[in-house]
Write a protein that binds this ligand. Sequence first.
Ligand code: B12
Ligand code: SF4
Length: 521
Amino acid sequence: MSLAARSVLYVRLPCWKIYPGGVVYVADYVHKQRPELAQHILDLAMVPAADRRRVLSERLERQRPDVVAFSWRNMQSFGPHPEDDALDVVMNFDHSPRWHLRLKAAKDALSIIRDYVLSRLRNFGYFRLARKLLPTARIVVGGTAVSIFAKHVAAKCPADTVVVVGDGEDAMLSIVDGFTAPAGEFFYKDRSGTISHRARGEIFDLGKLTAVDFGYIDSIFPDFRGYLDGDIGVHTKRGCPFQCNFCLYNQIEGHRQRYRNPSEVAKEVETLNKQYGVKRIWFTDAQFCSTRKSTEHVEQILDEMLARKTEVTWFGYLRLNYLTPALARKMWASGMGSVDLSFTGSQEMIDSLTLGYKLDQQMAAFDMLKANGHTDQQIKLYMPLNAPGETAETLQMTIDRINELYAMFGRDRVLPFIFFIGIQPGTPVEKLLIERGYLDAKYNPLTFNPFLIKRLLYNPPPLGRIIARAYLEAAATSDPESEYIGRATMDNLERELARPEVRANARAHSPPMMVAAQRCT
Ligand code: B12
Ligand code: SF4
């Protein structure tokens, strides 16, 4: 296809119901540049599983778009936590003292793996269907999952497919313009099946992302209104300059932080709130508030939201390095619904994970949040338990700090999330675990092998077993109505770690401490 396209069908591939912010930003941007282009969004997450193939083929036949653009969010989605059945399954399978629970876990694990395998195979099947029904249409695939595994995806795509890595706006514009002056980063499988790669030379300026025209989105996306009673994702910036050793967000978004105009962000929130009745916003940045500059940017956005009197509850991943009392007050006043952040209670683990902040500073920031308007909001602690470097002593320090937070905010309001790091491709922790022989250098991160999948969820002995038993005991004995499982788990863990023989055993079998790969500042 060398001519500019006249029509695009965006197909959001199935995942758990979650607002498809990525494809909305792409469609909105392309529309503002090429208003004459006909665009439509079909959201397969909103179509019952049994009907998806039929609905897609009917749409392709009826609409016959020049470009079929798929958006793929999750591909390797194993990151089980207490709100995900998979955590129970993994814990029971490896560590339950009862054989019948282990057997049941093995059965449940097979069904989870089956869904995992099928969802990936079905997605590739949708690409082939598009190629079969529309032999001359250009196929495009983008989204977070693709950004991580682009090369793998390109190898399995039909001919004449562009697999876009990272920001999709400029790449998609160049594709609808005829793909004669390509932009962005992508892999292209040409008509002969040869794959080429274009690295991103230019940087997409996020200042170009004006407030989304939701009237237009509503007109091309029939399921848009089906999301309005939940969390709507709003992006304020892209990129993260840190390198926490387990994280690949900066591979997806880049290391450099790029910002949207605060008043455009606030306008977007205002329109969602006042015209569409949206009450909950998720700021979908890798980190909503992290560096000094991004903290100033956040403050400007909150100032704009306060000036516009938006009435929303908002959420986002936070780091509290540069919090000030004034910003804390604005966060609460503008509707921050909970404090969501990575948490580990020892400076040793913060350094080992290269998280790049001081624990004392983080605890002082909690004090600041408490003193400047906290009422009943939850404090959600995403704890990378038993990551490389964890010892019985560092775990105990984490428990001590959580106890301090209970005293500060009230026990009921603090939610320690029990989760473990997932080893992701290209991260420092992956490199380290290959060096240590925990993983084979040639392992396949997209494997369907259940034992390797389990291994990618890092929770090794000796602490792994102690944590798992504490969790399983909490699941069996605590009442979810009156006690949160993460709190009960940490209590059990504290009791276990107080036993001298448990500590001695943990000490004797601990792997060596991780050497910090790179300190972020
Ligand atoms: C914010 C976020 C969340 C929030 C979402 C809040 C909300 N209401 O939106 C919460 C905390 C709820 C969440 C939950 C989960 N998440 Co999450 N999340 C993210 C995060 C940080 C940002 C995603 C986002 O919305 N970005 C903003 C939008 C604007 O960008 P985008 O979608 O990437 O779209 C851009 C490009 O991808 C591209 N693009 C997108 N579509 C298309 C289509 C075409 C045709 C083109 C050309 C381009 C294109 O262009 C867009 C604009 O530039 C990413 C990591 C990251 N840094 O990207 C993880 C991420 C997407 N999440 C991930 C996972 C695993 C999950 C969970 C499964 C975790 C769990 N175990 O429960 C759940 C699943 C949720 C679900 N229902 O599916 C993984 C997916 C990994 C993978 N390889 O499959 C990621 C990548 C994080 C990771 N671990 O690496 N998540
Ligand atoms: S601060 Fe760390 S965990 Fe957060 S996005 Fe950046 S690298 Fe990832």
